[in-house]
Ligand binder design. Structure first.
Ligand SMILES: *Cc1c(COP(=O)(O)O)cnc(C)c1O
Length: 386
């Protein structure tokens, strides 16, 4: 995927840094737009996956809305051109300042996660003489079969309102005059690589949609969140996921009423493949059983492997230029004083030397946004393809 010219260009920058291939992002967005428009679906970009300015600028220009999980994300979206009527705001712990700010900006919808939150939004909206549009985030108890830290749609998770609370919620909503229920919201997890959980979600949504209709709520919006996974093993083979198949599952199984809009919140599937973490080898350390390649990037730049044992493809770009055979194994680690600061164990690589440029692929989502300055590391930098 990296041309020789690109690799030579990358060698000029001080490592480590994120490198974003804006062409990949561009093509991914074109495909999302094309496939979602077949069914008039609305796609919001999940800001938390990557809020790098150039990236959100491009996403905004392609006409997507924004899915935010903090007041600052709402602010960042508005300041970078997203129309407030295309912003949804989720999160289990929205504080008063965040709610007040979002109310003042007249965002499209609050995705509410608890009965208590409904009461607080009603109270704060009342003080601003407003009626807040809300969708109930519902915990549909659908197993996403993904890593336990990124599954969100099971009863044991902290997210959403459970079906046994529906009657209480409905009675409450009828009494609260500063909120208006406009929809139902779901999000079952992340990095879901099989379409079956989405089909199961559709079947649950269909039931719950019926339930609310029977209670007198003909809701305009159904929001099914995001979570569709990408191919971390072979980023060049599947640089764009099969969005046609993904949206088709919803069209086939969800059964909307005529005026109902279907909304999505996609993060990873839009931005993951356009980003790589670029680093240099500092040292090679040969052990008895294991050889270590010690990089100048660590969990401070990309925490996913340390946090959820995530796999990222690792490539030695310098060796690629010289067409060296892949015939060695290294534990590829960072410089941070934590044993979990490891990008991969027994990674198959060409013979690797100090100064070689290493790419850690598919790092565009939940990479730069989660970077930290632990160990007083430098702030994370980024560069872009032309
Ligand atoms: C994180 C999140 C998303 C995006 O998930 P991806 O797996 O990145 O597509 C969507 N909706 C909500 C509510 C989220 O918290």
């Amino acid at each position: 995927m990296f041309s020789e010219n690109t690799i030579k260009q990358l060698a000029n920058y001080k490592t480590p840094f994120y490198y974003y291939d804006l062409k990949v992002l561009h093509n991914t967005l074109d495909e999302v737009v094309k496939q979602s428009q077949k069914y008039n679906y609305h796609v919001h970009y999940a800001f938390k996956a990557n809020s790098n300015k150039k990236i959100i600028e491009l996403i905004c220009n392609k006409g997507l809305g924004a899915d935010c999980v903090s007041g600052n994300e709402v602010k960042h979206a508005i300041e970078n051109g997203f129309a407030s009527q295309k912003i949804v705001f989720a999160g289990v712990g929205k504080n008063d300042d965040e709610i007040n700010y979002a109310l003042s900006q007249n965002i499209f919808c609050f995705n509410c996660e608890s009965i208590h939150e409904l009461q607080i939004i009603n109270e704060l909206a009342g003080k601003q003489n407003k009626v807040a549009s809300i969708a109930l985030r519902i915990n549909p108890n659908v197993d996403a079969h993904t890593h336990q830290y990124i599954t969100t749609g099971l009863e044991e998770n902290k997210f959403g309102i459970n079906p046994y609370e529906f009657d209480t919620v409905i009675n409450l909503i009828k009494q609260l005059s500063h909120i208006q229920l406009i929809g139902l919201h779901f999000h079952i997890g992340s990095q879901i690589t099989d379409l079956v959980p989405f089909k199961n979600l559709c079947l649950k949504v269909k039931q719950i949609n019926h339930y609310f209709l029977n209670k007198g709520f003909d809701l305009a919006v159904i929001n099914v969140g995001g979570g569709v996974g990408i191919n971390y093993k072979e980023p060049d083979k599947d640089s764009i996921i099969d969005f046609a198949a993904y949206f088709k599952v919803f069209n086939d199984f969800i059964e909307l009423r005529p005026q109902q809009e279907l909304h999505f919140e996609l993060g990873r599937s839009i931005v993951a493949q356009c980003g790589s973490l670029i680093s240099k080898v500092l040292y090679i350390k040969n052990g008895i059983n294991t050889n270590f390649a010690i990089l100048d990037a660590g969990m401070t730049e990309l925490i996913r492997p340390a946090l959820y044992q995530a796999f990222h493809k690792i490539e030695n770009l310098t060796a690629q230029i010289h067409h060296l055979p892949i015939n060695q194994k290294y534990d590829v680690v960072g410089p941070i004083c934590e044993s979990s600061d490891c990008f991969g164990k027994a990674v198959e690589l060409p013979e690797t030397k100090r100064g070689d440029i290493i790419a850690i692929r598919s790092a565009g989502a939940y990479g730069e946004v989660m970077s930290s300055r632990y160990n007083l590391r430098d702030e994370t930098r980024s560069y872009y393809s032309e």
